[in-house]
Design a protein around this ligand. Structure first.
Ligand code: CP3
Length: 339
């Protein structure tokens, strides 16, 4: 189907755009009162994420209410470990928790390479509904966690500041770590391809915990698996967002992806030099959205000037924080759109 607004896709492919496209990581879910209403109706995050009609409804909210240039499917990166055989719980005000984690070779053997059409059918069904409802208004972004970030949760079983349990395996049993990373990668490739088949116009890989690794460890345990995914996905554009991996920008710039996401620690001009041939996405500090409207406008314009108008997708440097005022978010989006 022809898209009425294809700014995001043209920017991703390096084509000229008449204005900079804008969307926000974690736009579906965290900030809108309309989301909290649907979530309350669903009863829990997991119920919401596994009910395609409701997941589709909250996916569309930011498009209708905030006017962003793309929708991102409402789901979570943790659906992949669940599909492989490690179910998760979402604990209120705390975050994800895995009752069972991976500790041994036997545990890895027991995991399966997931089949998206059966194990993750609820996400694909949600994509089908969203595509119908969007009716070509804006593109739909699909996503998955990078293998290393998923590995962190499968070993650690919950969030962590250091992911030292997960990193312990990299140093003490690298072979085992590689076996698990490969299994996650195979599941992820099949999953992203299925999202595209169902209508995802672009897919983003979130390496949220890239920043806990040293450059050497990153080159051994994360980059090669992201590279496999990028190489396998030829159908639609791919974005790689590796939070904290400022040290790996040059390597990420050489992947066969189309867009590289930057966090707010990464200098814009320096990043353009390190990644000369790709579209960049980012990178406003989400905390700027706590400032006054005037300050938000000022900081957003500064960012836009620094990136330049082409080969660029405006976004935050990480997900929008849950206690951000939707009015301030709208100010950020409108500032980009009228620049
Ligand atoms: O971008 C979007 O709006 C689409 C939806 C989306 C969610 N999670 C919904 C969600 C996306 C893209 C994610 C990705 C995700 N999930 C990441 C990578 C991005 C990042 O922020 O680095 C990670 C690390 C996770 C794991 C996860 N899920 C955590 C740590 C938590 C708890 C903290 C939090 O984000 O609120 C979640 C829960 C989660 N995922 C919620 C939502 C809307 C909140 C659950 C609720 O409504 O109670």
């Amino acid at each position: 189907m022809n898209l009425k607004n294809d700014l995001l896709l043209r920017a991703a492919k390096g084509q000229d755009t008449e204005r900079v496209p804008v969307w926000m990581m974690r736009q579906a879910g965290r900030i809108l009162p309309e989301y909290r209403e649907v979530r309350a109706k669903a009863g829990s995050f997991i119920k919401l994420a596994t009910t395609p009609e409701l997941a589709a409804e909250v996916t569309l909210q930011p498009v209708d209410i905030l006017g962003v240039d793309a929708a991102i499917i409402f789901s979570d990166i943790l659906v992949v470990p669940e599909a492989m055989g490690l179910p998760y719980e979402m604990i209120e005000a705390k975050g994800p928790f895995f009752p069972k984690t991976v500790k041994s070779a036997k545990d890895i053997e027991n995991l399966k390479i997931s089949d998206p059409e059966t194990d993750l059918a609820y996400v694909l069904d949600a994509i089908d509904i969203v595509k119908k409802e969007l009716n070509g208004r804006v593109p739909l972004i699909g996503f998955a966690g990078a293998p290393f970030t998923i590995f962190c949760y499968m070993i650690e079983g919950k969030g962590s500041k250091t992911f030292s349990e997960a990193k312990k395996m990299l140093y003490s049993n690298p072979k085992l770590a590689h076996t698990l990373l490969q299994k996650i990668t195979d599941s992820t490739i099949a999953y992203l391809k299925a999202q595209i088949k169902h209508g995802a116009d672009l897919v983003q890989i979130f390496d949220s915990w890239a920043g806990v690794l040293s450059p050497d460890q990153y080159r051994k345990f994360s980059l090669p698996y992201i590279a496999q995914i990028c190489d396998a996905i030829e159908e639609n554009p791919v974005t790689v967002f590796a939070k904290g991996a400022f040290f790996a920008r040059k390597d990420i710039g050489k992947l066969s992806c189309d867009v590289v996401g930057l966090d707010w620690n990464m200098d814009i001009k320096e990043s353009r030099k390190l990644i000369p041939n790709k579209t960049l996405q980012g990178n406003l500090d989400p905390c700027v959205l706590y400032a006054s409207f005037k300050e938000i406008e000022k900081q957003t314009k500064k960012m836009l000037k620094s990136f330049g108008g082409q080969r660029y997708i405006a976004n935050l440097g990480h997900g929008v924080y849950p206690d951000t005022d939707p009015g301030k978010v709208k100010c950020f989006i409108d500032t980009v759109k009228s620049f």
